[in-house]
Unconditional design. Structure first.
Length: 349
C-alpha cells in the first residue's frame, strides 16, 4: 500500500461525503449549488491569471530552447527545422505539434537493461496514447457540457454530441408478440474513454515500481478527483435518472446570475451535488497545482523561443556598465616597468 495514494483517495472520498451529507442531511443546497461554484470559478480565473502573468512577466534574456536536432549552421549542413527552430514560423509549428499532438511525449523513450546486461531504449508509446485519449476526451466532455449553460444550445455542440454518441448500444427483440427496443439514448464515447484513460494513467503510477516511487499525493489527487467526477457523471447519465430539466434551470441560473428558488435546489439529486462539488474542488485546485501545465506549455521558454543565439546577439537588458581596463591601457600604464623587466610589449613608447 502506498500512503501517497491512500491519502489522496481518502481526501476525495471525504470531499464527496461532505457534499452528500451537506445536501441531504444539513440542507446546504444553496452553499453547494451556488456559493461554492461561484467562489471556485472566481478563484480559478484569478488563480490562472496570477500564474500566467507571473510567467509572462518573468524575464527571459537569453534563448534557452530545448533542442534535439541540428541547429541552423553552414548552408550545406541540413538543419532540423522543427526540433531546432531558428525562426518564428518554425517555432510556431513546433509549438502546435507539441500542444495538439504531444510530440515530445511521442518521442519519449524509457531505458531498460536486457538479460545480457545491455542498456536499451524502448519507445514509450502507451503513455502518449493514454495522455492523448485523456486530454481529448476531457476536452470533448467539457465542450459537450456547455449545453447546460447555453440556451439555445449552439449548433456546434449539438454536432459534437451527435458524433460522440454515434455508437449506440441497442437491444431490439420481441417479447410476447410486441417488439421491444432497449437502448442507451446518446451513449457518449468520450465519457467512457475519459474514465478508461484516467484508470490507465492511475494503474501506470501504481503498477510500474519506478513511477510509483516518484509519485506524490499531488500526482494521485487529481486522478482520484477526475475519477470521482467522471464516475458520478456516468452514474447520473446511465444509472440514476437525474432531473435534467431542474439541473439545467440551476446551471442556466448560474450562467445568467438568476438563481432559481430553493425548491428547485432542494429537488436536485445528491449525486449531482457530489459531481458539482468535485468539479469546484478541481477548479480551485487547478491554478496552484501541476495541472497548470495547461497554461505553462504556452509560456515555456524552453519551447517557445527560436534557437538563434549564433545568428543574433542577445544582450541581457539589465546588464550594468562594467568598468573595463583594456590591454592597451594596461600596457600604457606599465610599459616602462615591463621593458625594464624584459617583458615583450606591443608598442615601444
Ligand atoms: C471538469 C468538468 C467536468 C467533467 C470532467 C465532467 C464529466 C462528466 C461525465 C464523464 C459525465 C457522463 C456523461 C458524459 O459523458 O457527458 C457527466 C455527466 C453529467 N455532468 Fe458533468 N463533468 C464536469 C462538469 C460538470 C458541471 C460543471 C456540471 C453542472 C454544473 C455537470 C453536470 C453533469 C450532469 C447533469 C451530467 C449527467 C448528464 C446527463 O444525464 O445527460 N458536469 N459529467
Amino acid at each position: 500500500m502506498n500512503g501517497n495514494y491512500i491519502f489522496s483517495l481518502i481526501t476525495v472520498v471525504v470531499l464527496g461525503l461532505l457534499a452528500f451529507f451537506g445536501t441531504t442531511v444539513f440542507g446546504l443546497q444553496y452553499l453547494f449549488g451556488v456559493i461554492v461554484p461561484y467562489a471556485c470559478v472566481i478563484w480559478f480565473v484569478f488563480g490562472i491569471l496570477k500564474r500566467m502573468l507571473g510567467w509572462a512577466n518573468s524575464p527571459v534574456p537569453f534563448r534557452i530552447t530545448t533542442t534535439c536536432g541540428q541547429q541552423k549552421s553552414l548552408p550545406w549542413i541540413k538543419q532540423n527545422r522543427i526540433d531546432n527552430p531558428s525562426t518564428g514560423i518554425e517555432t510556431i509549428i513546433r509549438m502546435i505539434l507539441e500542444i495538439v499532438l504531444f510530440r515530445s511525449l511521442f518521442r519519449n523513450t524509457k531505458s531498460d537493461i536486457t538479460a545480457s546486461g545491455k542498456v536499451t531504449y524502448i519507445w514509450e508509446k502507451w503513455l502518449w496514447v493514454g495522455a492523448l485519449a485523456f486530454h481529448y476526451s476531457f476536452l470533448v466532455v467539457i465542450v459537450r457540457h456547455m449545453r447546460f449553460f447555453t440556451d439555445p444550445v449552439p449548433y456546434l455542440i449539438s454536432m459534437l454530441e451527435y458524433f460522440d454518441s454515434l455508437f449506440k448500444i441497442e437491444f431490439v427483440g420481441e417479447v410476447v408478440g410486441t417488439s421491444l427496443q432497449i437502448g442507451l439514448p446518446g451513449f457518449f464515447i468520450s465519457g467512457l474513454v475519459l474514465l478508461a484513460a484516467i484508470l490507465f494513467l492511475f494503474s501506470r503510477r501504481v503498477l510500474i515500481s519506478q513511477v510509483r516511487y516518484i509519485s506524490l499525493p499531488a500526482d494521485f489527487f487529481p486522478l482520484f478527483l477526475l475519477m470521482g467526477i467522471a464516475g458520478t457523471g456516468i452514474f447520473m447519465r446511465y444509472f440514476s435518472k437525474v432531473d435534467i430539466i431542474s439541473i439545467k434551470e440551476l446551471t442556466m441560473g448560474l450562467a445568467t446570475f438568476c438563481i432559481p428558488d430553493g425548491a428547485v435546489l432542494a429537488g436536485l439529486s445528491s449525486v449531482f451535488y457530489i459531481h458539482l462539488f468535485l468539479v469546484c474542488i478541481l477548479l480551485a485546485y487547478f491554478p496552484f497545482s501541476k495541472l497548470m501545465h495547461m497554461g505553462g506549455v504556452f509560456l515555456s521558454p524552453t519551447r517557445n523561443l527560436p534557437n538563434n543565439s549564433r545568428a543574433r546577439r542577445h544582450i541581457n537588458p539589465w546588464n550594468y556598465p562594467v568598468k573595463v581596463h583594456t590591454y592597451d591601457e594596461y600596457e600604457d600604464e606599465f610599459r616602462e616597468k615591463m621593458i625594464e623587466a624584459g617583458l615583450p610589449v606591443e608598442k615601444e613608447s
